[in-house]
Design a protein around this ligand. Structure first.
Ligand code: CTP
Length: 217
């Protein structure tokens, strides 16, 4: 199977030396990439900057901004069976990028931001992706309701939701605890290392992909 995984944060440039980003470590996406290659699947990992080692036998495409990640994904989507969007993509990016380093002057400065492209949201509606589509949802409240809204809005087969209000799981931590939300069911995977969770998630995604491909509901 050919599998695309996005991972890590994006960096939205402000000037040549500064950017906006977030606390995503990339661990969940890299653990998933590792879990799929271990089962002899072909993985393309499109990742924002992280401090992680790229798992062996994974095709790796480094990107920086949300726009870069979008362009790389759009190019790869027609060739994959399963696409998993783990990346913590910036929702907003500066309207203008200063060509020179912004000098310290006024007491307050304002940076105007504009919405980035929703990469996952455009997979089906803009790029016509017909494979198995998995999104993540980082939530601080109403986990299931918000995840289900994203499942429908972004036309996903599955949303893997995690509660990012708990600092011991999710963002920038080694453990996670997720709720898998699909059209007909929810499945809770209890707290575990991201590596163990990745193996469970990979097995479930492959099973669901087979079911979808076989046309069995
Ligand atoms: N995502 C994406 N492109 C974006 C924003 C998000 O591909 N510009 C993807 C993420 O990789 C994830 C899913 O959309 O798979 C949900 O991301 P999340 O940050 O939870 O939700 P948002 O759509 O950004 O909505 P909000 O921040 O309002 O919850």
């Amino acid at each position: 199977m050919k599998i695309l995984i996005t991972a890590g944060p994006t960096r939205e440039p402000i000037d040549p030396v500064r950017f906006l980003s977030n606390r995503s470590s990339g661990r969940m996406g890299y653990a998933l990439a590792h879990a799929f290659v271990k089962q002899q699947h072909q993985v393309l990992l499109i990742s924002g900057p992280t401090s992680l080692d790229v798992p062996h036998h994974v095709d790796y495409l480094p990107v920086e901004s949300a726009q870069d990640m979008h362009d790389a994904v759009a190019h790869a989507l027609p060739r994959v069976d399963i696409a998993i969007f783990c990346a913590a993509v910036a929702d907003y990016t500066p309207v203008e990028v200063a060509t020179q380093k912004i000098k310290k002057s006024d007491e307050f400065i304002t940076i105007t931001l504009k919405k980035t492209i929703d990469i996952l949201g455009s997979a089906r509606s803009v790029h016509g992706f017909t494979g198995y589509l998995v999104g993540f949802a980082a939530e601080t409240e109403d986990l299931e309701t918000n995840a289900r809204t994203k499942l429908l809005a972004k036309k996903c087969d599955m949303i893997i939701a995690n509660d990012v209000s708990q600092s011991s799981i999710g963002f920038d931590s080694h453990e996670n605890e997720v709720l898998i939300v699909e059209a007909e069911e929810n499945t809770k995977l209890p707290r575990d290392s991201k590596e163990h969770l990745a193996h469970h998630l990979a097995a479930i995604i492959l099973k669901r992909f087979d079911r979808k491909r076989g046309g069995v509901s």
